[in-house]
Design a protein around this ligand. Structure first.
Ligand SMILES: *Cc1c(COP(=O)(O)O)cnc(C)c1O
Length: 399
């Protein structure tokens, strides 16, 4: 298919829920992509923090090929070897003791919310069901995770929302304390907010939230769907804060490009779920779990988490250099290879477009934020190419 054919067929038959940039990729390797015309691109979006292992990581590709030829799906009516091994692996690298598998981030958060409510009901009674989340958060697009999402723009047109959610400003401990009522069952946070433009929890905030949760016997749910699995330079972002959650959700990078989500928790919390409480047809199938096992091994064996810390610091340094040079940059934020530039004026789309013309992908959020979440195998030289292009785009903007 030519690019034009893809565009026309999409316009005719695919529901118009995405405003797409004018390119169709047909192949990927590491941080590089090739479009339908054979042009090479540099990818600092990584499928929105999904392709952390690099596009088409050979280990992930081989695992999918092999598993696809053996068995892909049987349902959770029966035992699934790769699911058991993946759960063991996730528990070994995290605080968790037990894992539930699903197919996406939103589903992982749905599982976490159901689990927290069941846990609170079992231990404290059904009046305890409210969840406090943060403004600026993003937790998914199902009705419940949309309600948990603390951004009005996603709520528009979809009322009535679900009951049982409150929102407070991120990094405002007193606001959180004041929002706790006898109905509260859990606090749900991203250690680093992704979709609102890379906004980390303050160093002292998460530990204080953990203490507050312990004091009030609330569960702490951390949504690490975007910031987890090496993105911030450690396996999990919570490790930067010296805290452990009760429940953690994962998805995005977990399958190395293949769809899979997970809700992980302690034994104490997991005990609240009984057979029949929660289920999914596809979740934890052989193929997805085999892909995820290979994806986690790729992160580990190739030192991609260390690379994320090292190259992430290099990228941030470069961005801070631009900040010193261009007053129109309001702020540089980031942790590992999760980075953002915030402008003091609208222009994020112009920067995205300018870089697009140079065949470099970055992601504009709103009209002032440029986000970079490249594959974790990105090199300093590739960052230099990005920084040079950004300098050109910022220079044009300031002129
Ligand atoms: C992407 C994302 C989700 C939703 O994941 P989907 O797979 O799109 O449902 C939830 N939380 C965070 C933090 C995310 O970045």
């Amino acid at each position: 298919m030519t690019y034009q054919e893809i565009v026309e067929l999409t316009a005719e038959h695919v529901m118009y829920t995405y405003k797409r940039l004018p390119v169709a990729f047909v192949r990927g390797e590491g941080c590089k992509l090739w479009d339908a015309e054979g042009q090479e691109w540099l990818d600092f979006v990584g499928g929105i923090a999904v392709c952390s292992q690099g596009h088409c990581h050979p280990k992930v590709v081989a695992a999918i090929r092999e598993q696809a030829g053996l068995i892909m799906h049987t349902s959770n009516l029966y035992y699934i070897g790769p699911q058991a091994r993946l759960a063991e692996k996730l528990c070994r690298i995290s605080f968790a003791d037990k894992v539930f598998f699903c197919n996406s981030g939103a589903e992982a958060n749905e599982a976490a919310i159901k689990l927290a409510r069941k846990y609170a009901e079992v231990h404290y009674g059904p009046q305890r069901h409210e969840i406090i989340a943060a403004r600026g958060s993003f937790h998914g697009r199902t009705m419940t995770t949309l309600t948990a999402t603390g951004q009005e723009k996603f709520h528009q047109h979809f009322h009535p929302l679900m009951p049982g959610f409150e929102h407070v400003d991120l990094n405002d401990l007193e606001a959180l304390r004041a929002a706790i009522t006898p109905q509260t069952c859990a606090v749900l946070l991203e250690p680093v907010q992704g979709e609102s433009g890379v906004r980390p929890c303050a160093a002292e905030y998460l530990p204080a939230v953990r203490e507050l949760c312990d004091e009030h016997e609330l569960l702490l749910i951390l949504d690490e769907i975007q910031c987890g699995l090496g993105r911030t330079g450690k396996w999990f972002a919570y490790e930067h804060y010296g805290v452990k959650p009760d429940i953690m959700t994962l998805a995005k990078a977990l399958g190395g490009g293949f769809p899979i989500g997970a809700c992980a928790c302690t034994d104490q919390v997991a005990a609240a779920f009984e057979p029949g409480d929660h289920a999914t047809t596809f979740g934890g199938n052989h193929l997805a779990c085999a892909a995820a096992l290979a994806a986690l091994e790729a992160l580990e064996e190739e030192g991609l988490i260390e690379n994320s810390a090292r190259v992430g610091a290099y990228l941030r340094g470069g961005l801070q250099g631009l900040e010193a040079k261009f007053p129109l940059i309001r702020e540089v934020r980031g942790m590992g290879l999760m980075a953002a530039l915030e402008l003091d004026r609208p222009g994020a789309a112009d920067i995205q477009a300018e870089l697009f013309d140079r065949q470099i992908l970055v992601n504009a959020i709103g009209d002032r934020i440029v986000r970079m979440v490249p594959p974790l195998c990105v090199t300093e030289a590739e960052c230099d190419r990005l920084l040079e292009a950004l300098e050109g785009a910022l220079g044009k903007m300031e002129a």
